[in-house]
Write a protein that binds this ligand. Structure first.
Ligand SMILES: [Zn+2]
Length: 383
């Protein structure tokens, strides 16, 4: 088994500090984290001096990048997105569908399954995030209203049988949803409130069924009012809910990012990109779920003006949240590593640099540019 030592970097510890040390990787897992100098003689050395050694980022909400979309459902598209994500420090991601026709959704789930089996060239696909189609017609955002449907068991059971569904975003107030939430949780998926007009009480009822996450908090969600906290108020105040947030400083005002991070504390805020195919591409016209999207100054919108995903990358989200919420780097890294891993039930093996954990590691320069990305002990990207 190959041994690799990342030597002399500032290691982000599970306790949330940076400490100089050496991370020793054996095979696909982390063997030990030694104080400075502790490098086994047989190890292949990676010089990490002057760099931060962080657990790899985990993006649980990404539709596309580099000109490709999960809904393209081809091996080339998924490989390109996996490679692009790795260049931005992501070691694990949930390819995310949009509300679409059944056959398009089947194809996307099948393509992710194939990528998982064949092995991704960059970031690993950790399963599928189904965003819709069981959402509210009142909170479409950039989802396509033509394909919103009621939750029909014969239909969603099939979706779960076709692949590894790890997260599903839905509107708890829609008919038939309790049964779906209980089914999804029993199958090992996490359930998120998203694209929803649910009231405060409706979200708390869904937490009782097993709901544990919120998709892009604030966006496409019933707003907070001091007499009816709404879905947003439930997400901010219920400790059982992991709150995804898009910190591109376009989707959410920095003050509301700060409010979310303070309300959720160190363990329950989750950075996501919600990136679409224009991430890493020039401004222009693109497609999202069959709808034309215009990207200008990096902002993606439908012709009507609705935000349509982002062109955000995870290392920029980390930088942005430090500023918006006044976090230190180790505090911000947690929102991109440990919390997203825990939010999808992978907290026992991903999201931390600790012995026995998967060797999913990113080296960051002082200005947070990604210098190297390692997935399961394999270097998949070097700047
Ligand atoms: Zn969405």
């Amino acid at each position: 088994m190959a041994t690799i030592a990342l030597v002399g970097g500032e290691v982000a510890t599970p306790s949330g500090e940076l400490r100089r040390g050496t991370v020793v990787v054996r095979g696909s897992t982390i063997a030990t984290i030694n104080p400075e100098g502790g490098c086994p003689p047989e190890a292949e050395v990676i010089d990490a001096r002057g760099r931060v050694v962080s657990p790899g980022f985990i993006d649980v909400h990404i539709h596309g990048a580099a000109g490709h979309d999960i809904m393209d459902a081809t091996p080339e598209a998924l490989a390109a997105i996996s490679g692009f994500a790795a260049q931005h420090g992501v070691t694990g991601f949930l390819p995310t569908t949009v509300t679409a026709g059944l056959e398009a959704t089947w194809a996307a789930i099948g393509a992710v399954d194939e990528l998982q089996r064949a092995g991704a060239p960059g970031a690993a696909a950790l399963g599928v995030h189904l965003e819709g189609p069981y959402i509210s017609g009142e909170r479409m955002g950039a989802q396509n209203p033509a394909h919103v449907r009621g939750a029909e068991p014969s239909e969603y059971v099939r979706l779960f049988e076709l692949g590894n569904i790890r997260l599903i975003s839905l509107a708890p107030e829609m008919p038939g949803i309790e049964r779906l939430v209980r089914f999804a949780v029993a199958r090992g998926a996490a359930v998120a409130v998203g694209h929803s007009s649910a009231t405060y009480d409706q979200v708390l009822a869904a937490v009782g069924w097993g709901l544990s996450q919120a998709t892009h908090t604030y966006n496409a969600m019933r707003e907070m009012h001091h007499r009816e906290p709404g879905a947003t108020g439930a997400v901010l105040t219920c400790d059982a809910i992991y709150a995804q947030v898009i910190v591109d400083l376009v989707h959410v005002h920095p003050a509301m990012v700060k409010l979310l991070v303070r309300a959720k504390g160190p363990d329950r805020a989750v950075l996501v990109t919600d990136a679409m195919r224009a991430a890493g591409m020039p401004d222009g016209r693109y497609d999202l779920g069959g709808q034309e999207t215009i990207v200008k100054g990096g902002e993606a919108r439908l012709p009507a003006g609705n935000l349509a995903g982002s062109t955000l990358t995870m290392e920029r989200a980390v930088r942005n949240v430090m500023g918006a919420a006044e976090l230190t780097l180790p505090q911000a890294l947690r929102l991109a590593t440990r919390n997203p891993a825990a939010s999808i039930g992978l907290g026992g093996r991903k999201g931390q640099l600790a012995p026995g954990y998967d060797a999913d590691i990113v080296l960051l320069d002082a200005d947070l540019r990604v210098a190297l990305t390692m997935v399961g002990g394999r270097v998949v990207y070097r700047a």
